[in-house]
Design a protein around this ligand. Structure first.
Ligand code: AGP
Length: 622
């Protein structure tokens, strides 16, 4: 939540692209992290200039156009997801202090801000905003004066007074040769240039200018100048960052000819699955998960797996449960990260925690992983963002290779997470001898056919888009599924809620008769995710009965079924067929029509598909 960018360059470097351009380009790419307001501050000729505006980045751009800023080669920029204080101009970042010579931006929540503010007020400080950030700005300003004008030390001293989660960036007119930042429980990466350096909430903040980056650890302060990156810990001791190269380029984070990022990312899915499968076997076809860093012997002795995740990632976790339990014969629990650590869970060193996170920064999941580690569990992250906090703090990582996901509504990361979970399940089954090599080979061969099959679903997308246009006025849509179709139903409902603002619920089809069937009225749209007729017979037959039950009560039934499934035709207003595959792999196909449906319906209603109201891409607050 909140996008943060910082830049410093030699004047000749800056003249190539302009500091303001670098900051605004970074904000454009980071806007998915929050879009309640945006602002920038630059330092030139001994003064700080600032522009900030509520609403999307476009409002800030108009503001700058109306009142241009002077040329500068150092500055900071922010795009906000509001926590403390309404999303208005006053609460927008940056916040100024020290006679407007210091500008500060912030991501996170400072939990002890009220106490700190009370103390500052008692010493005569006044506040212009309702934010916790301004408290940090005042503290940095006080330390700046006390240290005789040392912004790095001022930042370090202030950071030590703060509790909670924060990334703070500051520039000061009296020390214009640097941008200083600190981080605790909130993301920050450094971009390395030649005669210029960058800071960003993630690498997309500077991907147009460099792909060389440095990861920071917890509780560190970093000072960037034109030719140096200096890191210290909060206790003042020197530290080294870990360097890495970003393996995707700026073009991967563009819309590629599609109207929205979400549409583009839905169409990226064949590649996301293919890339996630890439290079996972040795010459003899055996799975080798190199990044895993957990001793295979330990994985053999795992007695229980707990999958932790939120939102869409948690639905991927539910699919993982069905597959891993079936293949590995180890019990798998799936739990929302924010519920997990408050219920005194039973964990020991034979428990494997598998966290699923696209961003790798979701605070609820990070805190749950930390808690599990403290209790002695082994931790494995399935993550899409290289160098992010959750994989860094986990014992092992299995990266998904979906590429950057910009739309707030997750699509390709979901399919990539499911794919990686299958790989993990098959790998554990191989290690523990629970499947014959031939069986693993067959499943892998079917997995490798999935990208082509997703493409077939995408190619037939117009039928779904047409239905979405017809249904744009539906006040409520229900989704039903059984077995792996159940998490798919919930994901279909979540997509519709978050981007089309339509009331939607996903139910286990068998649960219907225990209450939700009372919701069915004449014309109520119900999507049903139908299991393969080639799986367990009873499962398919039961779902067909469920379709009949809701239809008999007036529902408009829309089914997503396997190609050739004739049993659903008589009971469906419309059928969307997906190609045949193994029953456990079906979510990789049945999810896609539901994503296309939500995306098209939201677009039909004229909503901002990529940046839905009230949401942000990375939820870095608890
Ligand atoms: C999905 O469309 C969401 N925007 C959201 O539920 C998301 O999946 C959740 O916040 C978890 O994020 P993560 O995968 O980055 O941890």
């Amino acid at each position: 939540m909140c996008g943060i960018v910082g830049y410093i360059g030699l004047p000749e470097k800056t003249s190539q692209h302009g500091a303001l351009d670098v900051l605004l380009e970074g904000l454009r790419r980071l806007e998915y992290r929050g879009y309640d307001s945006a602002g920038v501050a630059t330092v030139a000729s001994g003064t700080v200039s600032m522009r900030k505006k509520s609403g999307k980045l476009a409002n800030l751009l108009s503001e700058i156009e109306a009142e241009p800023m002077t040329e500068a080669s150092v500055g900071i920029g922010h795009t906000r997801w509001a926590t403390h204080g309404a999303p208005n101009d006053l609460n927008a970042h940056p916040h100024l202090a020290d006679g407007d010579k210091l500008a500060v931006i912030h991501n996170g929540i400072i939990e002890n801000f009220a106490q700190l503010k009370a103390k500052l007020v008692s010493t005569g400080e006044t506040f212009a905003s309702e934010t916790d950030t301004e408290v940090a700005a005042k503290l940095i300003a006080q330390h700046f004066t006390a240290t005789g004008g040392d912004l790095t030390e001022a930042m370090r001293l202030a950071a030590n007074q703060l509790e909670g989660a924060f990334t703070l960036l500051a520039v000061h007119a009296d020390q214009p040769d640097r941008v200083v930042a600190s981080r605790r429980n909130s993301p920050l990466v450094v971009g390395l240039g030649d005669g210029e350096n960058f800071l960003g909430s993630d690498v997309s903040g500077f991907i147009d200018f460099t792909r060389e980056a440095v990861e920071l650890e917890q509780d560190q302060v970093v000072t960037i100048t034109t030719d140096d990156v200096a890191i210290i810990n909060f206790d003042g001791s020197p530290a080294e960052g870990k360097r890495f190269s970003v393996n995707w380029d700026a073009a991967a984070a563009e819309k590629g000819g599609f109207g929205t990022f979400m549409e583009k990312e839905i169409h990226d899915q064949p590649k996301a699955v293919e890339d996630t499968l890439l290079g996972r076997t040795d010459a003899s076809g055996r799975l080798v998960l190199d990044e895993l860093r957990i001793d295979p012997e330990e994985l053999k002795n795992i007695s229980k797996i707990i999958v932790l995740a939120c939102g869409t990632s948690a639905y991927a976790g539910m699919v993982a449960k069905y597959a891993i339990e079936h293949w590995v014969r180890v019990p798998v629990e799936v739990e929302l990260s924010h519920e997990f650590r408050y219920r005194d869970p039973i964990i020991d060193d034979s428990t494997l925690i598998v966290s699923l996170s696209q961003s790798g920064e979701t605070m609820d999941t990070l805190m749950a992983v930390r808690y599990a580690k403290e209790q002695g569990a082994r931790t494995l992250a399935i993550c899409n963002t290289n160098g992010s906090t959750i994989p860094r703090e986990s014992d092992a990582v299995l990266y998904t290779h979906a590429g950057p996901e910009i739309a707030v509504a997750s699509t390709k990361a979901f399919l990539a997470q499911i794919t990686a979970s299958y790989l993990l399940g098959l790998y554990m089954a191989q290690l523990r001898g629970k499947l014959f090599q031939g069986e693993i080979d067959d499943i892998l061969a079917d997995l490798h056919k999935i990208p082509g099959k997703i493409q077939e679903v995408l190619d037939g997308g117009e039928q779904i888009r047409e239905l979405a246009r017809e249904m744009a006025q539906a006040p409520s849509v229900l989704f039903l599924g059984r077995h792996v179709g159940y998490p798919v139903a919930m994901e279909g409902a979540l997509k519709l809620k978050e981007i089309a603002y339509i009331h939607a619920e996903g139910f286990a089809a068998g649960e219907l008769k225990h209450g939700p069937i009372a919701l069915i009225d004449q014309g109520q749209p119900v999507f049903v995710v139908v299991p393969s007729p080639h799986g367990r017979d009873s499962l398919h037959a039961k779902v067909v009965s469920n379709i009949q039950e809701v239809r008999a009560r007036g529902a408009k039934t829309i089914t997503v079924a396997e190609a050739g499934d004739a049993d659903v035709v008589d009971y469906s207003e419309q059928v969307f067929y997906v190609p045949e595959t193994q029953p456990l792999l079906m979510p990789l196909l049945t999810t896609v029509p539901l994503q296309i449906f939500a995306c098209a319906l939201a677009a039909e209603k004229g909503y901002d598909v990529d940046q839905p109201r009230n949401l942000a891409k990375s939820v870095t607050v608890e």
